[in-house]
Design a protein around this ligand. Sequence first.
Ligand SMILES: Cc1ncc(COP(=O)(O)O)c(C=O)c1O
Length: 384
Amino acid sequence: MSGSAGRGEFASFPRHPLTIVRGSGAHLWADDGRRYVDLGASHGTANMGHAHPRIVAAIAEQAQRLIQLAPSYGAPSRTAFVDRLFDLLPPSLDRVYLSNSGTESVEAAIKFARSATGRPKVVAARRAFHGRTMGSLSATWRPEFRAPFEPLVPGFVHVPFNDAAALEAAVDEQTALVLLEPVQGEGGVHVADPGFLAAARRATERAGALLAFDEVQSGLGRTGRTFAFEHSGVVPDLLTLGKSLAGGLPVGATITTAEVERRFRGSHQSTFGGNPVVMAAADAALAVLVEEHLADRAARLGDRAIGRLRSFQSSELREVRGVGLLIGLELKGRAAPILERLRDRGYLALAAGANVIRLLPPLVIDEADWEVGIDALGELMGDG
Ligand SMILES: Cc1ncc(COP(=O)(O)O)c(C=O)c1O
C-alpha cells in the first residue's frame, strides 16, 4: 500500500481496503473470494458491465494483430469505431479527436474552442467537475480540488448551475466556450433544466461562442438516452466522452463539427490516442450498448429505483435526484459511514461530495441485484 512507511503508489487520493481480482457484469470479486455488487460501475467505466465477453474477444483479437500504432496511420479498428460512433450522433457532430481519458477530452474541447474562436474566456458552472489536469481543473469548481495547484489557467468563470440569466449575462464577445455537464455527476448529481441548456445554446449563438457538453459521465446510455443532451433536444458544438466508451479501457473522445475543424489553427495530438486495441474495444462496447438496448434498460431500472428511493421514510435523507441510472441521494449527514456499511453488506457505491451517495451501476446490472441493493440502502438509512 501507499504511504510514507515504505515504497508504494503516491498517496494523492484515498484508497479502499479491498483488492479486487476479477469482474463479470455488475459483480466484482475480492482476493478473499468475497463477491461485491459494483453500484458505482468502477467510477462509471463499466456501463456495459465488467469483462463483457464481446469486448474481451475484440481486445484479444486486436492485441494479437497489433497493439499500438502512431495515430497518424490509419487503423481498421479505429475506422470501424468512428463510423459506429457517428451513427449515434446528430449529423452536425461529424468530427472526432481521440485521446486517453475524460480530462484529455475536455482539454481538447478547451483548446479547439480557444483556437477556433480566437477568444480566451470559458464559462463553466458551479459544482462542475471536468477533470484534474490544469485546463479541465480550471473548469472544475470545488475549491479543495483547485486551491493546492493555483495559479490555474486564466479566463475561466463559473455561474450558478441552472441559472439561465446568470449564464446569459456571463457570455460575451470574449467567450470562446460554455462548458456544461447535462447532468452534474461528481458535483452531487444535479440534472440540468432543459431551459438552462437552451439558454446556453441561445447565448453562445448570440455571442459567436461555442457550446460544449461534457458527457464523460452522463453519456453512453447512462441517463436513459444514448447521450443526456437528447433529453433537452439541445445539440452542442462540442461533446466530450470517456469512461465507458471503450468498455473499460482508457479512452477520451472530443466530438465536434466540420466548422470548428475549419476554424481550428495549431496542432493537438496524443501518442496513444486512437490506439488499435482501445478502438476495437470501443467498437464492441458501442455494439453492446445498442444491441442490448442499454439506454432503455437504464431508463426503466432508473425510474423504478428513483420512485422507490423517494418513497423511503428516512430522517437521514434530504433529497433524491437523478435521471436513468445516475442517481444521487443527498443526506443530512455524511455519506461515508453509510457507504462503508453498504460495502460490508457487499455493495460498492460512490460518494459525490461529502453528503451525497451516488448510484451509478453497470447498465447490465441484474434486476434482483439492483433491487436488493436499493433495499439494503433503505435499511441502512433507517427507512420505515
Ligand atoms: C463529467 C466528467 N468530466 C471529466 C471527467 C474526468 O475524467 P477522467 O477521470 O477520465 O480524466 C470526469 C470524471 O469523473 C467526469 O465525471
